[in-house]
Write a protein that binds this ligand. Structure first.
Ligand code: S3P
Length: 186
């Protein structure tokens, strides 16, 4: 390998409920790893030419979920990326195993109250535009729990971002080492 040639390393997927910090942590981790940062919502918006809320309104949630699947299956590079996945992306069919098959997948968990604090005031989350968002968050979290638990390595989000970032990095590095030893890098 020539000097300066970039080694291909598996993608890091950040999964979890809205407002668990996937985007913020993803950007920071991408910087630290020297990876490209991708946000599934943002990539889908670029491709569709409209905001997530508009896609839900005009095409329905089913169409959006199909776009998420396409993005994971074939819409992004398969190495050297940190990918923040929309909160519902892994929550249907075989999506948990599909995401896991693409790289190292880490699932972020937070309490409903902390999530509400982080998402309040954001209008681009159509599922939480309801009179009682806390109730909705609790119901959705319960509905989705089994998917999240199948989607990767679970991590509890700490209030201190640095601590959570370091925890995710440790998980990523140890998974990469394990996989390299087993001869199956992804
Ligand atoms: C959704 C989460 C959102 C976005 C869409 C649906 C969900 O992404 O994909 O509003 O079903 O949980 P974030 O988790 O980035 O907010």
């Amino acid at each position: 390998m020539g000097e300066g040639a970039k080694v291909d390393k598996p993608n890091l997927y950040l999964v979890g409920f809205m407002g668990t910090g996937k985007t913020t942590l993803g950007r920071r981790l991408a910087r630290e790893l020297g990876f490209r940062f991708l946000d599934s919502d943002h990539e889908i918006e670029k491709r569709a030419g409209m905001k997530v809320a508009q896609i839900f309104e005009q095409m329905g949630e089913g169409a959006f979920r199909k776009m998420e699947r396409e993005f994971i299956e074939s819409g992004h590079p398969n190495s050297n990326c940190v990918v923040a996945c929309g909160g519902g992306l892994v929550c249907r069919d075989d999506m948990p195993s599909l995401v896991r098959s693409k790289g190292v997948s880490v699932v972020l968990f937070s309490t409903a109250e902390e999530i509400l604090q982080r998402v309040s005031g954001n209008k681009n989350r159509p599922l939480l535009n309801v009179p009682n968002p806390l109730e909705r968050i609790r119901a959705l979290m319960q509905e989705r729990e089994s998917f999240y638990l199948k989607a990767g390595i679970a991590i509890l989000v700490d209030k201190a971002l640095d601590a959570t970032q370091a925890r995710i990095l440790r998980v990523y590095n140890s998974e990469v080492t394990l996989r390299a030893k087993s001869g199956n890098p992804r």
